[in-house]
Design a protein around this ligand. Sequence first.
Ligand SMILES: NC(=O)c1ccc[n+]([C@@H]2O[C@H](COP(=O)([O-])OP(=O)(O)OC[C@H]3O[C@@H](n4cnc5c(N)ncnc54)[C@H](OP(=O)(O)O)[C@@H]3O)[C@@H](O)[C@H]2O)c1
Length: 304
Amino acid sequence: MKILLLGRNGQLGWELQRSLAPLGEVVALASQAQGNPNQWCGDLANLEGLRQTVREVAPDLVVNAAAYTAVDKAQTDTQQAYAVNALAPALLAEETQRLGAWLMHYSTDYVFNGSGEQPWRESDACAPLSVYGASKHQGEREIARNPKHLILRTSWVYAARGSNFAKTMLRLGAERDELRVIDDQIGAPTGAELLADVSALALRQAIAQPALAGLYHCAASGQTSWHGYAQFVLQEARGLGMQIHVRPERILPIKSADYAVAAPRPLNSRLDCSRIQELFSINLPFWQLAVRRMLEEIAVNHRL
Ligand SMILES: NC(=O)c1ccc[n+]([C@@H]2O[C@H](COP(=O)([O-])OP(=O)(O)OC[C@H]3O[C@@H](n4cnc5c(N)ncnc54)[C@H](OP(=O)(O)O)[C@@H]3O)[C@@H](O)[C@H]2O)c1
């Protein structure tokens, strides 16, 4: 099987290079063509270049890990956000359908408005609060034009490689006396490793059994707030011998309303992931397990 992976250098794209390798030959592209001997275009904002690439590579499967993920910047950089998150997925759906290929894609809890306290199900109505969320919601609908698709909606992604909330907390926790962290947004930190492994498992089953195609919620089990997540990260990091300056009692909970950002975030980001677990016989471990593992990896690398 020939696989075209887009967004190879993102948190998820990096892990997918590993998890997709046993499924077949992986052609992994980044937004820039450097180091890519065929000069294939992996820039999702260059629609004609992307179309040419899909036609030349002629994959059996396209996995799109690329996305415009700068949530606040998207509020004003609307055109680019829609180009990458909605127009490129439309093109990928068209071209993969033409080839008879499968298409794997990722979306976000930010397609919901965050009301209530129940975990969101796949069938719940979307009402994004931000440009990023709206562009990703449109992207989902475009991807679904190819019936041979899998979309995983996830939340609060992190990895040892890349930028994310946990790594920001490690940096700020080493520098500052006091941290103020939002405690009224609730979700599940989800490791890129887990998402990549679930992707490979789900793809293998869906390709053999096309009735499994569709959209699924996929996040680690359990829930926390950003404040709870920050406390966990810093406590574990201290236990691993990392230099953490801020004392636990100086990690202060604040409300979203007291933290000014350009894009509003949903308060309730809980995702009900029972469907993917049942239909694909997949177990989604509790979020703390893989966060701890990432911290151990970072701690070891610091000591080297
Ligand atoms: N991060 C989260 O908390 C989160 C939460 C829910 C859902 N998701 C979804 O999960 C998926 C993976 O996210 P992630 O955390 O791995 O994101 P990430 O680390 O921010 O990586 C995004 C990747 O997209 C690439 N990209 C941006 N613009 C591009 C363009 N014009 N052409 C080609 N590539 C482009 C970036 O490449 P360059 O750096 O080379 O530009 C980067 O490698 C995305 O669909 C995202 O929407 C993420």
